[in-house]
Design a protein around this ligand. Structure first.
Ligand SMILES: NC(=O)C1=CN([C@@H]2O[C@H](COP(=O)(O)OP(=O)(O)OC[C@H]3O[C@@H](n4cnc5c(N)ncnc54)[C@H](O)[C@@H]3O)[C@@H](O)[C@H]2O)C=CC1
Ligand SMILES: C[C@H](CCCC(C)(C)O)[C@H]1CC[C@H]2[C@@H]3[C@H](O)CC4=CC(=O)CC[C@]4(C)[C@H]3CC[C@]12C
Length: 368
């Protein structure tokens, strides 16, 4: 890769490149990877915004495809130097079946690994998730933890189970011989809850607040802390890892890194108010307005309703037993492993991340 680097010969593939995170990775690569010759964007649904990228100096190749289809993945991977695998089904609301989540997140990842091995691609970066660790089914807090903090990572929900399995596949594939005889180098990034431009759940909360006359009602105690990370910094970490993986293969290969920045630790609702507050919303209550047992009951009722209504319509509210448990459990990371291993520093300060997100919510309001 060293020679090609000097002559701008690198070919990157981003799976899920039209998703919330994927779009930021794509744009970040075009801005910050001068050695890029071709950028392939592989996604089930291609966005119209890709067209504007095709006029730049880097060849942008949009590939409509499905990670569950091994032959489509192999065709997209062939000839790529680096694969950044962000594609996945992020469903914690019961919109898709557990089988489909497994197929996309686990089998899809296996297909990406096999494609690298068969076609000779040596560098694979996987977007994992903090959910691989927790919160676990016991709702135990993870407070300022790092990659070595002991924690009982036990899950039942299909999404974290699938992410954990896929992450393991990626890490175990490190060192496999790829076509040409060289070893595959893999690593996994575990973002905490991502926010920023394009964050659909933030938009959902915003519209919910507007419907409720500019108010949101506190459901979770302010003392429950969540680690959150700005999407631009998540994208930046992916770009940095992709850049450094070849030179630091022995150190970084087979490793996991929490993906973090300097965003403040706050409850999920208080954190969202950092953006929704300046957009005119108010969070009512210094304490939860409903007793927790009632929320648990409503969450269970939602699960029942989802099941009953399934033959007629898709009922997938934000509140269910899993999202309630995650929202109600402290999960914060405090680590410098990424800084030590490949020099990661957040590209965007908290103030800039906040400003950019507020600006996006405000413009999203206009287009809603
Ligand atoms: N949103 C979050 O807070 C976090 C997300 N992650 C991970 O980051 C990655 C990206 O997540 P988001 O951008 O939030 O989700 P997203 O849903 O916005 O993006 C996922 C992309 O993958 C594509 N995709 C889904 N199924 C596919 C298939 N069968 N074949 C090809 N493409 C397919 C979708 O079309 C979409 O563009 C996921 O792997 C997710 O698990 C990790 C931690 C936190
Ligand atoms: C939807 C939840 C908030 C609703 C709480 C209610 C109903 C009481 O108002 C979200 C709370 C925490 C979120 C998750 C967290 O940020 C970690 C995640 C990591 C991922 O990899 C995917 C997304 C998510 C599971 C995220 C999903 C929404 C929450 C559960």
């Amino acid at each position: 890769m060293a020679n090609s680097a000097q002559t701008q010969e690198l070919v990157y593939l981003v799976t899920g490149g039209c998703g919330f995170l994927g779009e930021h990775v794509v744009r970040m690569l075009l801005q910050r990877e001068p050695r890029l010759r071709e950028l392939r964007i592989f996604d089930l649904h291609l966005g119209p915004w890709l067209e504007e990228l095709k006029t730049g100096p880097v060849q942008v190749t949009a590939i409509q495809g499905d990670v569950t289809q091994a032959h489509e993945v192999a065709a997209a991977v062939a000839g790529a130097h680096v694969v950044i695998h962000t594609a996945g089904l992020v469903d914690v609301f019961g919109k898709t079946s557990p089988e489909t989540i497994h197929e996309v997140n686990v089998q899809g990842t296996q297909n990406v690994i096999e494609a690298c091995v068969q076609t000779g691609t040596r560098f694979l970066i996987y977007t994992s998730s903090m959910e691989v660790v927790g919160p676990n089914i016991k709702g135990q807090p993870f407070y300022r933890g790092n990659e070595n903090t002991p924690y009982e990572a036990v899950h039942r929900h299909p999404y974290p189970c699938s992410k954990a399995l896929a992450e393991r596949l990626v890490l175990e594939a490190n060192g496999r011989e790829v076509l040409g005889g060289l070893p595959l180098v893999t690593c996994a990034l575990r973002p905490t809850g991502i926010y920023g431009e394009g964050h659909q759940i933030m938009k959902d909360f915003y519209h919910q607040g507007l419907r409720l006359g500019g108010r949101l009602f506190r459901a979770i105690p302010a003392s429950v802390e969540h680690g959150r990370v700005y999407v631009g910094n998540v994208a930046w970490m992916h770009v940095l890892v992709a850049r450094e993986l070849e030179h630091r293969a022995a150190l970084m290969g087979g490793q996991v890194y929490f993906c973090y920045d300097n965003s403040p630790y706050k409850s999920y609702e208080d954190f969202n108010m950092e953006f929704l507050g300046p957009c005119g919303l108010q969070l009512v209550g210094t304490r939860p307005l409903m007793p927790y047992w009632l929320l648990v009951l409503l969450a269970a009722l939602n699960t029942l309703l989802q099941w009953l209504l399934r033959p007629l319509l898709l009922y997938a509210p934000l509140l269910n037993p899993y999202t309630l448990a995650v929202a109600n459990t402290t999960f914060t990371v405090s680590t410098d492993k990424a800084r030590r291993h490949f020099g990661y520093e957040p590209l965007f300060s908290w103030e800039e991340s906040r400003t950019r997100t507020i600006r996006w919510v405000q413009t999203a309001e206009g287009s809603a």
